[in-house]
Design a protein around this ligand. Structure first.
Ligand code: UT7
Length: 328
């Protein structure tokens, strides 16, 4: 059986830091409310004109450099995003061109904040089916470009960033094996997290629609309850499938949405919250970029050891959820 895994990682966040206090100067909110309800203290926001493909290219270049290969060594590019440069063409095609990945196919994957988790399993399947030798997978998001800045319930939650990984066979290459993934969807939650207008369901009509209809809309309470359940279910299922105890997990790397969601899930699983890595206080919710941003930081902080069980778990628009179990 082929062993497939992550052989390099690279990340990028925009330079501009925006604190909660700065947001409080723009709208009726406060650092105290945001920290106590979410754990977020600041986020990165793109410069004017900076798009998802720009962040993705930076992150991808770092990953390729760390792996010691060129763009021409990649034969598939997947960009997981809910904030692409355009509805079409795919952001992955723009990245492919900018990197000079001349022999790569490219497509975007839409699974909301679970995008990275879905794309890791997609990449593994491509490699193990022999359809690609090396997949470059990038979670890249500029959620601040689609947030409704008049809606304090949602806009304070998001930030921008990108994280890239190379996924390939571990035959002769050092890396971190993808042992198992679990992917699920509950489309009954269609309206819980949605950009309702401009698709074929409701084409944009300037007589009927406002700017807010084109932006992200969220039922925060509903997503919160779903998210806690999703984390618990995913961790239990993946551990059971692999025959390991939940206590055997060295690290859980959750989608970085809200500290309270993570604390509630930890409590239900009777795990210490410290087992869950978090950096959302500095980046807020970067959707499909949040898990690779967290893993990259864990590597920088020397937190990961060979042989450890590391579980990534995501949840988001769809509603989608799922996880990847990785042997570090
Ligand atoms: O990737 C998945 C993305 N989505 C999420 O992660 C969202 C999941 N949901 C959540 O994280 C939480 O539901 C929120 C953080 C969005 C809200 O927290 P909550 O504890 O469920 O707050 P709430 O909805 O009960 O609102 C409490 C109050 C309301 O005031 P009233 O109606 O009680 O007077 C809100 O208007 O807080 C008010 N509020 C704010 N106040 C100051 C809502 N947003 C803000 C704000 N600043 N930014």
């Amino acid at each position: 059986m082929m062993k497939t895994g992550i052989t390099a990682i690279g990340c990028y966040v925009p330079e501009r830091v925006v604190t909660n206090d700065e947001l409080a100067q723009m709208m009726d909110t406060s650092d105290e409310w945001i920290v106590s309800h979410t754990g977020i203290r600041e986020r990165r926001i793109v410069a004017e004109g900076e798009a998802a493909s720009d962040l993705a290219v930076h992150a991808a270049r770092t990953a390729l450099e760390r792996r010691g290969i060129g763009a021409e060594d990649i034969d598939m590019i997947i960009v997981a995003t809910s904030s692409p440069d355009y509805p079409f063409p795919a952001t992955a095609c723009l990245v492919q061109h900018r990197l000079g990945a001349k022999v790569a196919g490219a497509f975007d994957l839409s699974a909301g904040c679970t995008g990275f988790v879905y794309a890791v399993e997609t990449a593994r399947a491509f490699v193990e089916a022999g359809s690609a030798r090396r997949v470059l997978l990038i979670g890249s998001e500029v959620l601040t470009s689609i947030a409704n800045w008049e809606d304090r319930n949602s806009c304070v939650l998001f930030g921008d960033g990108a994280g890239a990984v190379v996924i390939e066979s571990l035959d002769g290459v050092a890396g971190h094996q993808i042992m198992s993934s679990w992917l699920r969807s509950d489309g009954a939650g269609e309206t819980a997290l949605i950009r309702p207008v401009s698709g074929s369901r409701s084409p944009f009509d300037p007589r009927k629609h406002s700017a807010a209809d084109l932006q992200l809309q969220m039922d925060g309470k509903r997503v919160y309850l779903f998210a806690v359940d999703a984390i618990v279910k995913t961790i239990r299922t993946l551990c059971e499938r692999e025959g390991i105890l939940i206590e055997d997990l060295a690290w859980i790397v959750p989608h970085q949405a809200n500290l309270r969601i993570i604390e509630a899930a930890a409590k239900r699983l009777k795990l210490p919250t410290e087992r869950f890595y978090t950096n959302l206080e500095r980046y807020a919710n970067t959707s499909a970029a949040s898990i690779p941003l967290a893993i990259d930081e864990m590597i920088d902080n020397d937190l990961l050891r060979p042989g450890q069980w590391v579980l990534s778990v995501g949840f988001g628009a769809g509603l989608t959820y799922g996880g990847n179990l990785i042997r570090w």
